[in-house]
Design a protein around this ligand. Structure first.
Ligand code: PMP
Length: 381
């Protein structure tokens, strides 16, 4: 039964700025072909499922106790994963994790943002960034990306100097454009950010914390490197990753970052105690044991992505270069009509990004074929 207020109406003391806002999120519709939120289309195998179930059952015996607050074992395994995936050696004290990289980034803003401070990013970019700012009472400043969605270093430097942000958020590969930043750009931002932050308590100037959001890092093309390689030179750099995308574990909610131990240490101050449940830790550890199998689809997803870019361009569309598991394409006078036409044919993609563009995630070959067939019909090719 619906909730009915019986006593009296009250006005809730909603914080200024939250009036009339709706919760973030793409529509969750029951459609045959889901290509809208950049998930990995391959579910875990029966063997992986069985191992996760065993691990969770084991953890369940201890559910009367709170979990390991500092998730030591998981930090060690994530460090090992990064070593194998990127060739970069980090120690467990450099790893932080939370319920999705969304929560990791919220922790960063809780620790470094706040009233009177700002976070700088470059649009178009991930639409959750302004929400992290809003929720931590941090000012939001959006510089811009160039026409081709790359980041102009001089513009970035000028924005940093003007706004003296506490945090700089760089998505690479960027969502929704798929654009990866060259290491030289990230390095230039790190240099500019070393003494460009808010005033420090000792009268000097703090650094701006540079966050490189590599949620889609594993899908990068040949020749694109991870910002993890820059960690040893930049103690104000944090590189964020997630198990939601390449790893195929979006439902698990496990994101993490690598940074200098001193940076990780302050995140421990703002997290809620026991934020990573024993069930999450057990399931993540079990999944990480199967990393070879879970990651085996990344190469085929990359190839599928590259084919899709070529196919769309061959049909005369504009397509942004992509280092991610999705492709931004356009331009359409009425993108909503195209989105809706695809939906009517059972294919859900995302109406996101600058005017006229649409974003499609890379699915299985069968799903991609369904997308292509539907698009051909909608555009009358
Ligand atoms: N960063 C970017 C750029 C993303 O696109 C996403 C997911 N859409 C996230 C972070 C958050 O992912 P999660 O919380 O699942 O780790």
């Amino acid at each position: 039964p619906a909730f009915e207020a019986t006593e009296r109406a009250v006005r809730l003391p909603l914080r200024a700025g939250l009036e009339g806002l709706t919760p973030y999120g793409a529509p969750q519709l029951d459609v045959p072909v889901l290509l809208n939120v950049n998930e990995n289309p391959y579910p875990p195998s029966d063997a992986v499922v069985a191992d996760i179930a065993d691990a969770v059952a084991n953890a369940a015996h201890g559910l009367n106790r709170y979990p390991d607050r500092d998730f030591h074992e998981l930090r060690a395994e994530l460090a090992e994963y990064l070593r194998v995936e990127s060739g970069v050696v980090v120690v467990p004290e450099q790893i932080w994790a939370a319920n999705g990289s969304n929560e990791v980034m919220l922790h960063l803003l809780q620790a470094f943002g706040g009233t009177g401070r700002s976070v700088l990013s470059f649009a178009p970019t991930y639409s959750m960034y302004p929400e992290y700012a809003r929720d931590t009472l941090t000012g939001w400043v959006a510089g811009r990306r160039a026409e081709d969605f790359t980041l102009d270093v001089d513009h970035a430097r000028a924005q940093i100097a003007e706004h003296r942000p506490a945090v700089i958020l760089l998505a690479s590969p960027n969502n929704p454009t798929g654009t990866a930043l060259p290491l030289s750009t990230i390095e230039a931002v790190c240099e500019a950010a070393a003494t460009s932050g808010p005033p420090a308590p000792d009268g000097g100037t703090a650094a701006s914390v540079v966050v490189v959001d590599e949620a889609y890092g594993e899908f990068r093309r040949e020749g694109t490197a991870s910002a993890l390689t820059l960690l040893p030179r930049h103690p104000h750099l944090a590189v964020s990753r997630t198990m939601s995308k390449a790893f195929g574990m979006a439902g698990l909610r496990l994101g993490y970052l690598a940074a200098a131990p001193a940076l990780v240490d302050v995140l421990r101050v703002v997290r809620l105690p026991y934020h990573l449940s024993a069930v999450t830790q057990a399931a993540a550890l079990a999944a990480l044991r199967h990393r070879a199998e879970l990651m085996s689809q990344v190469a085929s997803l990359r190839a599928e992505r590259d084919d899709l870019v070529v196919w769309l361009r061959d049909h005369g569309l504009q397509v942004a270069d992509s280092d991610a598991n999705f492709v931004l394409f356009g331009l359409f006078d009425d993108r909503h009509a195209v989105w809706n036409g695809l939906l009517e044919r059972g294919v859900l993609i995302r109406e996101v990004g600058p005017d006229g563009w649409l974003r499609v995630s890379v699915g299985t070959p069968r799903e991609t074929a369904a997308f292509k067939a539907a698009l051909e019909e909608v555009l009358g090719w």
